[in-house]
Design a protein around this ligand. Sequence first.
Ligand SMILES: [Zn+2]
Length: 84
Amino acid sequence: MARPTCPACQSTRFEAVNFEPSGSKFKLVSVQCASCGAVVGVMDFTNIGVELGTLRKQMKQLSEEVGRVEGYVLGLPAAIQRRS
Ligand SMILES: [Zn+2]
């Protein structure tokens, strides 16, 4: 398999560096050569996969909580009848 190589200096070491271009409203991450700094790629600062995983977990927790509340509410008429 071919190994990623810097187009400027032929180094095979890369690093991710946070940066915010002037005029941009968002932070970005550059993938750049660890030797000469040549940028070979740019990614979003936030990892959308991680964000989606967090949201999925929160949705599951909310759904479980709604289920518990629903069970409680559905049981209210019987509880009220028992008290009267
Ligand atoms: Zn380089």
